[in-house]
Design a binder for this molecule. Structure first.
Ligand code: ADP
Ligand code: MG
Length: 185
């Protein structure tokens, strides 16, 4: 699959009448990809089912179509991938492979706790991408609970700091789309 997207989610299929905490205008404004050219990040924060992953993939497809190198990774898969590389003594190599992409989508960070080593590995990646590549991050955690999620250690603060610096942050709310489908069908 293109850019390893887990599903074919297109912006054309996104219903802004259901998700009203972000506007079509706001999303379309991102599609000149100035944020990638300027090495900025996008962060989508919100509860499950509000369309964070859909938007991330939809923007990702557009970026591919515009000629950017894009890679999608679920956060847990990414952490596991980095852990395997680290165990083989190849963390640096893997990080530089991941840094070849213009845009790395890290989906669903924060759903499960990470080990100290995993946080360290993630920091190595984030640090390599900082002001060099773009990240789209989706998370269910708002920034106030990130410290808790990362156990307030000395690795957490710089990760958060680097992702947030130069980023467009979108707080998404509303009802879960999955729930809506269940209720109306
Ligand atoms: P999240 O990542 O916020 O948990 P998803 O993006 O995975 O949510 O959305 C859950 C499901 O609902 C997906 O199948 C997605 O395509 C769909 N969905 C969510 N919001 C919308 C929307 N506003 N318009 C169309 N489909 C949506
Ligand atoms: Mg999601």
């Amino acid at each position: 699959k293109m850019a390893a997207f887990p599903a074919e989610k297109r912006l054309e299929g996104f219903d802004y009448r259901h998700q009203t905490t972000i506007t079509k205008r706001q999303v379309n404004a991102l599609l000149d990809f100035q944020f990638i050219d300027e090495r900025n990040n996008l962060v989508f924060i919100g509860p499950p089912g509000v369309g964070k992953t859909h938007l991330a993939i939809g923007i990702g497809y557009k970026a591919v179509e515009a000629g950017y190198r894009v890679l999608f990774r679920n956060a847990l898969d990414l952490v596991e991938e980095l852990e395997l590389a680290e165990m083989k003594g190849e963390l640096k190599k893997r990080v530089s492979q991941l840094a070849k992409y213009d845009l790395l989508i890290i989906d669903e960070l924060g759903y499960l706790p990470m080990t100290r080593q995993a946080r360290y590995n993630l920091f190595q990646l984030i640090n390599s991408l900082y002001e060099y590549r773009s990240i789209i991050l989706t998370t269910n955690k708002d920034f106030t609970s990130w410290g808790e999620f990362f156990h307030d250690d000395n690795v957490a603060v710089p990760i958060i700091d680097r992702v947030i610096h130069h980023s467009h942050i979108f707080m998404l709310g509303g009802e879960s789309y999955r729930l809506k489908q269940k209720v109306t069908s």
